[in-house]
Design a protein around this ligand. Structure first.
Ligand code: GLU
Length: 309
């Protein structure tokens, strides 16, 4: 996909880039710790397939929690709302993304929403496929449809690094298995989940996904309806209410667009009816969001009046 570099966007990016110094790259997944914290890139994908970009756009990164929006869309396609929300709630939580606390205190004992790890693990468990490799193929196929890029795959290094270290996520799984939220083999689920989180792309691909959501599930270039509008609406609503960890409220006030971030420093944003934005900046703030990425979105939102509220 051709993407023009934009002087205007570059000017905003340069003002935001200095904030990378104040952030920290996630290293609880050891392979993520290798990222260069000074990097920052952005792409904007418009309806007519036009795309503008700035920064280190060649860099590939893993989706991490951004993949939770994609797996949620797939699970909703596979099972419908009633089944999915019988296992996972719809409410934001004030707890960290990997917390087990609310799982124990909620009645019934189900994860509060699909954007926290417990909820995302339950969602991945639902994706159709008799074996973990079928679920992964289904997820990757969906990503290929969303991006029109059939070459996207996952990073073996990052997936293995997370698989070997994610004992907290395993504990969430065993808790949920005991309470009938998930079924099957926990190690197999961890295999799919860690590969899903390790799906790798650049910010041009990410912007294209954002554009599909911006046009209610329709690929703006091919006009193909990839996600039914009601499922795109549910995903965007979760992006607003809990897409930016415990900073979702502040993000809604200051920036005001549906967005989902991941600990790799990726941010998927969608400006309804207008365009998709993909951002990558691995230096994170204390809430786990790309510190310079948020700054850049603040500048963009102010300049172009992007808030939907
Ligand atoms: N794979 C990561 C985990 O489960 C995703 C976390 C995130 O990006 O918020 O810990």
């Amino acid at each position: 996909m051709a993407c023009k570099s934009s002087g205007e966007l570059n000017e905003l990016l340069q003002s935001a880039r200095r904030y990378t110094e104040k952030g920290k790259v996630a290293d609880y997944i050891p392979a993520l710790g290798k990222a260069n914290r000074n990097e920052l890139s952005i792409a904007i994908h418009y309806q007519n397939e036009e795309c503008v970009s700035a920064g280190d756009i060649e860099t590939k990164f893993t989706l991490q929690s951004v993949s939770k929006i994609i797996s949620l869309a797939v699970a909703l396609l596979d099972h419908g709302e009633e089944y999915v929300f019988s296992k996972v709630g719809m409410e934001p939580t004030g707890d960290p993304f990997n917390s087990i606390a609310k799982l124990e205190s909620s009645v019934p004992s189900k994860p509060l929403n699909p954007m926290i790890n417990a909820g995302a693990l339950a969602v991945t468990n639902m994706i159709k496929g008799s074996h973990q490799s079928d679920k992964l193929v289904r997820l990757l196929q969906f990503v290929h449809d969303l991006t029109s890029n059939p070459y996207i795959t996952y990073s073996v290094e990052v997936a293995e690094s997370e698989f070997q270290t994610s004992n907290l996520n395993r504990s969430l799984c065993y808790f949920m298995k005991q309470h009938g939220i998930i079924s099957g083999d926990v190690e197999e689920l961890m295999q799919v989940y860690t590969k899903q989180c390790a799906i790798e792309m650049n910010c041009l691909d990410l912007a294209r996904i954002g554009a599909v959501f911006a046009f209610n599930g329709m690929d703006p270039a091919s006009k193909r309806q990839i996600i039914p509008p009601h499922i795109a609406r549910i995903c965007k609503t979760f992006m607003v209410t809990c897409g930016m960890y415990n900073a979702s409220g502040e993000f809604a006030i200051k920036i005001g667009i549906p967005a989902k971030s991941g600990v790799s420093g990726a941010i998927l944003c969608t400006v309804p009816g207008k365009y998709g934005i993909g951002i990558y900046g691995p230096a994170l703030d204390s809430k786990g969001n790309s510190i310079a990425g948020i700054k850049l979105l603040e500048l963009l939102s102010k300049r172009y009046n992007l808030s939907m509220f």
